[in-house]
Design a protein around this ligand. Structure first.
Ligand SMILES: C[S@@+](CC[C@H](N)C(=O)[O-])C[C@H]1O[C@@H](n2cnc3c(N)ncnc32)[C@H](O)[C@@H]1O
Length: 248
């Protein structure tokens, strides 16, 4: 009787926010040991930020990088996803499944931590729709907000602080409510939103409590202690806004 090949393991690997020294030993080991990597890219001719970042610590010469496309579109959970996005995830999942079923492990390096606004879990979910049993291992990573907080020495939550993490894609009223209600707010994906966020911060007297970190830990990192300076500027996608109302 032919023995069934054991399925390979899908590793969802957090590689930290861009500073190669913020990759964990475990992330480096898993990526070194895995021959097939998924290199998610947002555009047809783009490249994978995560693979580029990982390459600073991991020898990529013998790797097979699957350059799969994951369109960057707003995802609203609980409602139907954009058909282009669903189709891209399905295609990516089928490619990855092909390797897993051959017994080959596949690693998906992802910015920061896989559990925070990463495509990694969508890929896993789509794979689980194709096969109910997927062998998976999640390797946590240092989040961008942890790196940003460390860089400007501003804590995210202390004492009885209640913290909100927002993917900045909210409309003004929902954001106003969050900024009003929480002690500390982390706003991600703000790169095209500062022209509307800054007036909101001014209205709520929060400008003095806000700091924006662009490309934290990378060569051309910038810190905007006065966030009004970001208005009208083209910011990099790697920009995070920290707002903490209380003093230590
Ligand atoms: C799709 S989310 C990924 C978050 C990531 N999974 C994490 O754990 O931090 C992308 C957002 O992370 C933030 N980000 C990632 N790297 C960053 C960096 N080096 N500096 C500042 N913000 C960063 C930005 O807000 C960016 O828009």
């Amino acid at each position: 009787m032919l023995e069934e090949k054991q399925q390979g393991i899908l590793y969802l690997v957090g590689i930290g926010p861009g500073d190669p020294e913020l990759m964990t030993c475990k992330a480096v080991r898993v990526l070194e040991q895995t021959r097939v990597l998924v290199g998610p890219k947002a555009r047809k001719n783009g490249s994978s930020n995560a693979v580029e970042i990982a390459a600073a610590q991991v020898d990529m010469r013998d790797k097979s990088v699957l350059e799969l496309r994951f369109p960057m579109k707003k995802i609203v959970l609980g409602s139907d996803h954009d058909p282009e996005v669903v189709e891209a995830w399905r295609k990516a999942a089928q490619t990855v499944l092909g390797y897993l079923e051959q017994g080959e492990d596949v690693a998906f390096p992802t910015l920061g931590d896989p559990a925070l606004y990463s495509t990694a879990f969508y890929l896993l979910h789509t794979l689980q729709e194709l096969r109910s049993e997927i062998r998976v291992s999640v390797i946590p990573g240092i989040t961008a907000m942890a790196a940003c907080s460390a860089r400007v020495c501003v804590p995210i939550g202390l004492g009885d602080d209640v913290v909100s993490i927002v993917p900045a894609a909210f409309d003004d009223n929902r954001l106003r409510e969050i900024l009003h209600s929480y002690d500390s707010v982390v706003l991600m994906k703000v790169f095209r939103k500062m022209d509307t966020i800054v007036p909101l911060l001014e209205e709520l007297n929060l400008v003095e409590h806000a700091v924006l970190i662009e490309r934290c830990g990378m060569d051309d990192q910038k810190i905007y202690s006065d966030v009004r300076e970001t208005v009208g500027r083209e910011l990099h996608y790697f920009s995070t806004l920290l707002i903490r109302k209380k003093e230590v």
